[in-house]
Design a protein around this ligand. Structure first.
Ligand SMILES: [Zn+2]
Length: 518
C-alpha cells in the first residue's frame, strides 16, 4: 500500500471533493424510458430502407437542380408533412445555377472490334448531336506548346491524352469499421499536440494540369469529346463528378467522359500500336435554366415550452448527389437517418420543448451552398458576420454525411465544453458501438457552415465501410451499398440526441474560448 502524508491526504480529499462537484454540475439527465421507446421504434420498426428506396431508386440521381433532385425533394417534403411535421417546404436561398440531366449515354468500341465501354459523362457537359462514329486521337503533350502542335487535327475526333501510370491491385479490403484502437486514438486527440501532417502524395501528373487547356483546344477545333480516367476508376467503379461551370449564363462545358481505367488503357495501347480505333458515341443531356434558385427541404416539429419554443435544435444532411449513381451513401444515407429520426420522434408523440428543425440541404457537392446560404439568411448578422439574435437561439446543429456507416461517436469540433454532454448522451448507445467523443475537427460537410460563425455544429464519427474506397462520388453509390443495420442505429441515436437537445435545460455550450474551425 502506498504511504500518503497527512497533508497529501487532505489535498487528495479536497481534490476528490472538487472533482465530484464538477462532475455533479455537468451531469446530464437521461430519460431512459424515452431512450427505450426510441430504441424500440428505431431498431424494431425501422423505415430506413423504404426511405432509402424513395430517395435513390425511385428518384434517380439527385444532381443539384435536376429533375431527380426535385423529385426526391418533393417526396421528402410531402413525407415529412404526412408524418405531422409543420412548415414542410422547399425553401429557396438565392441564385444557384443550372440544372442538368443526362438523358442518353452510349459509348462503345466500334473498331478494331466491338466492345461495350464503361463511361459516364461529367455533369453540365454538352451533347453529341446524335450518334457519332469517330476516331480516337491520342494527344501526347507535356506542356502547352506541345498541345498547340495538335491544333487543327482534332476536328471530329475523340481526344485522349497519353497516360504513363499502371494499375496497382488493391491488397486491402474495401470495407472497414473503426477498431477500438483507432477510436481510442480519436478520443485521446489533443488539439495542443496535433499529429504530424501526412506525407504528401506524388506530384500531379502533367496530363491533369493540361486537361482544361486540352478541352478548350478540342472544343475550338470541333472535336466530339475528351475521355479522361484515373487509376482509382478501375474494377468496374468509375468516379465521376462535375465537368465545369454551372452558374447561370455560363457557357455549356465541352463533353468530357469519365472512362473506366482498363477501357482507357486498352484504347491507348491500340492507338500506340498504330491500330485505328473507332468509337460509337451518343450522348444527350439537357440543361434546365428556367429556375436558377437553390432550394433546401425544411420542416419542423414546433416547440411547446413557452420559454424555450423560440429556441431551435437543427439536424440535417445533404440531399443533392453526383450523377454516376443514385448517391445512396453520399448522402441519401444522411437524409434517410435524419428523416427516420424525426419519424421516430413523431411516432412516439414527442412534443419538444425547443423547436426541432430538419434540413435536407441542396448544393452541397459544389461547395456547401445550401447550408452556407441558410446560415447566411437566417443566422448571420450582415454587419458583424457573427451570429445574430436568431443564431443565438440555435442550440445545436447535428449533421450526418460520412456514408452509410453506423455512428461511433461525435467530432466535437474543438468544443471541449460539450464533451461531457455528448459522452453522457452516447452512454445509452455504448452497446451499439457509439462511444467516442473527440476534440478533432472534421471537414467537408454542412456543419462547417454553422461552425464558421461560431454556432455549435457537429458531424458524427461514422464507420467508413466502403465510403472512401468504393462509393464516394462513383457509379457504385447505389442502394445495395447501404447497410440497413447501420442506418437504423444512426437514426436511433440521432433521434435520442435530438430529444436530449430539445429537452435540455440549457442550450448546448459554445466554444470557450472560440476555437478556430478549419
Ligand atoms: Zn459528396
Amino acid at each position: 500500500m502506498l504511504k500518503i502524508s497527512h497533508m497529501k491526504k487532505i489535498f487528495l480529499l479536497f481534490a476528490i471533493f472538487v472533482t465530484s462537484a464538477i462532475l455533479y454540475a455537468q451531469e446530464e439527465k437521461i430519460d431512459l424510458d424515452m431512450v427505450q421507446k426510441i430504441r424500440n421504434e428505431g431498431l424494431n420498426h425501422s423505415q430506413v430502407m423504404e426511405i432509402a428506396f424513395q430517395l435513390t431508386d425511385a428518384s434517380g440521381s439527385r444532381l443539384m437542380q435536376s429533375p431527380g433532385f426535385f423529385k426526391a425533394a418533393n417526396w421528402a417534403k410531402n413525407k415529412l408533412a404526412e408524418w405531422g411535421l409543420e412548415n414542410a417546404q422547399l425553401e429557396p436561398w438565392g441564385d444557384w445555377g443550372k440544372g442538368w440531366e443526362l438523358q442518353k449515354s452510349y459509348l462503345a468500341l466500334a473498331a478494331p472490334y466491338y466492345k461495350p465501354l464503361i463511361g459516364f459523362p461529367k455533369t453540365w457537359t454538352i451533347s453529341t448531336n446524335g450518334l457519332q462514329h469517330a476516331e480516337v486521337i491520342l494527344v501526347d503533350a507535356q506542356d502547352s506548346a506541345g498541345l498547340e502542335t495538335y491544333r487543327g487535327r482534332l476536328k471530329g475526333k475523340i481526344v485522349m491524352t497519353t497516360r504513363t501510370d499502371t494499375l496497382i491491385p488493391t491488397y486491402t479490403a474495401d470495407a472497414k469499421r473503426y477498431t477500438a484502437e483507432e477510436l481510442q486514438k480519436m478520443a485521446d486527440y489533443d488539439p495542443a499536440k496535433p499529429p504530424a501532417s501526412r506525407p504528401q502524395g506524388p506530384a500531379q501528373r502533367p496530363q491533369f494540369q493540361l486537361s482544361n487547356k486540352l478541352k478548350d483546344l478540342a472544343q475550338q477545333d470541333g472535336a466530339i469529346a475528351v475521355l479522361t480516367t484515373n487509376t482509382r476508376s478501375a474494377e468496374g467503379t468509375v468516379f465521376v463528378q462535375g465537368g465545369g461551370a454551372f452558374a447561370p449564363n455560363t457557357a455549356p462545358n465541352f463533353l468530357d467522359i469519365a472512362l473506366a481505367y482498363e477501357d482507357y488503357m486498352s484504347i491507348q495501347r491500340l492507338v500506340q500500336h498504330q491500330i485505328p480505333v473507332q468509337l460509337d458515341i451518343d450522348v444527350q443531356s439537357k440543361f434546365f435554366e428556367n429556375d436558377v434558385k437553390g432550394y433546401n427541404v425544411i420542416a419542423e416539429i414546433k416547440g411547446t415550452d413557452k420559454n424555450l419554443k423560440s429556441q431551435l435544435v437543427m439536424m440535417g444532411g445533404h440531399l443533392d448527389s453526383w450523377q454516376g449513381a443514385t448517391g445512396a451513401t453520399d448522402n441519401a444515407a444522411g437524409c434517410i437517418a435524419m428523416m427516420e429520426a424525426v419519424r421516430i420522434l413523431k411516432t412516439l408523440g414527442f412534443k419538444p420543448r425547443r423547436t426541432v428543425r430538419i434540413a435536407l440541404w441542396g448544393g452541397e457537392e459544389t461547395g456547401l451552398f445550401g447550408s452556407k446560404n441558410y446560415v447566411k439568411n437566417h443566422f448571420t448578422d450582415t454587419a458583424t458576420k457573427k451570429y445574430n439574435a436568431e443564431g443565438d437561439r440555435l442550440s445545436v446543429y447535428i449533421n450526418l454525411d460520412n456514408g452509410t456507416g453506423k455512428i461511433r461517436g461525435v467530432y466535437l469540433q474543438g468544443n471541449a465544453s460539450v464533451k461531457p454532454v455528448f459522452t453522457k448522451w452516447l452512454e445509452p448507445f455504448n452497446d451499439l458501438g457509439a462511444t467516442t467523443t473527440t476534440l478533432q475537427n472534421t471537414g467537408g460537410t454542412d456543419h462547417l457552415s454553422f461552425d464558421a460563425i461560431g454556432l455549435p455544429a457537429f458531424q458524427f464519427i461514422q464507420d467508413p465501410i466502403e465510403y472512401g474506397s468504393r462509393t464516394h462520388h462513383s457509379n457504385m453509390d447505389s442502394y445495395d451499398h447501404l447497410q440497413a443495420e447501420d442506418l437504423k442505429q444512426a437514426a436511433t441515436i440521432i433521434a435520442s440526441f435530438i430529444y436530449d437537445a430539445a429537452q435540455r435545460e440549457e442550450k448546448i455550450p459554445r466554444k470557450t474560448p472560440p476555437v478556430a474551425a478549419k
